[in-house]
Design a protein around this ligand. Structure first.
Ligand SMILES: O=C[C@H](O)[C@H](O)COP(=O)(O)O
Ligand SMILES: C=C(OP(=O)(O)O)C(=O)O
Length: 450
């Protein structure tokens, strides 16, 4: 009734003849008396406006008459002014199809708890990464693994191989597995296992969170430290306790929301330089992330809340190239000067993939070797490298049919295969071991930060 009253007013003021007729018919069926009185008041108002001296113009007259009629209808039907909001045309969620409730972070943690073995891997992994960033651990941090996880079986296969390799090179490198569940897209595309776990556009995010958490538990139970990109600001509540290193990607490093989220994350966070190659965005991000922040989020029970953080002490930069690669000596020195000027940690991780290899996975090997050479030559600011690597090389189209797709091949960016990965890591391990042994003054000195 109230809704019709409002529509009557609106229809009188602005509507088409058809709309007016429809609204009046509805009103008449439901509230004949109120309608008659309203129509009478409306006509009286119209007549007064049309005969006013000086004459008033049409839109003003129509609106005023409509509002008068609407006001009278609301008054006659005893509608409280506050209820008007409820009967007005909807101004929110117009483009929202539906809201699908999700399990809360604590419910998911109860369902898939952190085991003792996982806990040990996460704590030791984070500590080792923080020590590498701070210059206390002389090893090289190597973040390697698929561009994105789409098949848990292949991910576990990769993790098992990485565990064996990590044990072998443990005295020169810390190997951390890319377990990327969220993919930022330049335009559109598959957004990762959390967003679309069935690879078919069904967006079963609840299942995605569950599968991501379960896989992280399995990988950390194998003793393999994990790395992921944090993209959605709600996701960390569900999985962050199982992640040793996090990235904020090139597309989101400039975003305030992501910087705030990073300030509260429990693990070291690497900020990628911007897609155009700008370092300033990552440097500004590091300043924002090390500061305490207050922002909107959810608590472990899924309740919307204000999240107050203390700031992340282990924010650092990741060079991933832009309009040109930025892994060369000149680019790295430029990054060091910019970081020094802002009194930030000068520890740099170089991503061999993305725009450093011009998205050609085969070029990752030469980027890798160039950076290893710089490190051996004494570039003390290089603390780590990243590879996009999978069981098998290249990439394939996501057809949505996991059984029909090639095993261990990326469905996002092209990756190098396992054999190449192993060969690069072992070769670098040998070169680093040799350099350490050969150095007459006890090995190259790690860069002390702060
Ligand atoms: O690392 C993965 C991709 O480079 C990133 O998600 C962007 O991919 P897109 O440009 O294909 O969307
Ligand atoms: C998306 C990624 O990188 P970037 O943000 O550098 O494009 C990635 O590492 O998966």
């Amino acid at each position: 009734m109230a809704f019709l009253g409002l529509h009557l007013g609106n229809a009188c003021a602005t509507g088409s003849l058809y709309k007016k007729r429809k609204v009046v018919q509805q009103c008449f069926r439901q509230q004949p008396l109120a309608l008659l009185i309203t129509v009478f008041i409306f006509i009286t108002a119209e007549v007064r406006l049309w005969t006013a001296d000086p004459p008033r113009h049409y839109p003003e007259k129509a609106t005023a008459a409509g509002e008068t009629a609407c006001g009278c209808f609301i008054f006659l039907n005893n509608i409280h002014p506050q209820e008007r909001n409820n009967i007005m045309e909807k101004t929110y969620d117009i483009h929202v199809e539906k809201f699908v409730p999700l399990i809360s972070p604590s419910q998911l943690k109860d369902r898939i708890p952190l085991s003792q073995a996982s806990h040990e891997t996460v704590v030791a992994g984070r500590r080792a990464i923080a020590d590498i960033l701070g210059g206390k651990d002389p090893r090289l941090l190597v973040v390697t693994g698929p561009c994105s996880i789409h098949d848990e079986k292949a991910a576990l296969d990769y993790a098992a191989r990485l565990k064996a390799l990590g044990d072998r090179v443990n005295d020169t490198m810390l190997l951390v597995m890319r377990t990327y569940f969220e993919k930022p897209r330049t335009t559109v595309g598959w957004k990762g296992l959390i967003n679309d776990p069935w690879l078919n556009g069904s967006y079963d995010i609840g299942t995605g969170l569950e599968r991501a958490r379960r896989l992280l538990v399995q990988i950390t139970e194998m003793g393999v430290p994990t790395a992921t990109e944090m993209l959605d600001s709600i996701v960390p509540q569900y999985i962050a306790g199982l992640v040793c290193w996090a990235a904020i990607g090139a597309r989101t490093t400039e975003s305030q929301t992501h910087r705030e989220m990073a300030s509260g994350l429990s693990m070291p966070v690497g900020f990628k330089n911007c897609t155009d190659g700008s370092l300033a965005t990552a440097i500004n991000a590091m300043i924002a992330a090390r500061s305490s922040q207050s922002f909107l989020g959810i608590d472990p029970d899924g309740q919307a809340c204000i999240v107050k953080t203390t700031g992340n002490p282990h924010a650092h930069i990741v060079l991933r190239g832009g309009t040109r690669p930025n892994y060369d000596t000149v680019s790295i020195n430029e990054a060091v000067s910019m970081l020094s000027a802002k009194d930030l940690t000068r520890s740099i991780l170089v991503d061999c993939s993305h725009d450093n290899s011009r998205k050609n996975h085969e070029l990752q090997a030469s980027v890798w070797q160039d950076v290893i050479n710089q490190r051996i030559d004494g570039n003390k600011s290089i603390i780590g490298l990243m590879l996009e690597s999978n069981l098998n090389a290249g990439n394939q189209k996501n057809t949505g049919d996991l059984a029909a797709m090639a095993y261990g091949v990326s469905i996002t960016d092209a990756c190098i295969d396992w054999e190449t990965t192993e060969q690069l890591i072992i070769s670098a391990h040998e070169q680093l071991s040799h350099a350490n042994t050969a150095a007459t003054d006890g090995g190259f000195h790690r860069y002390k930060v702060g």
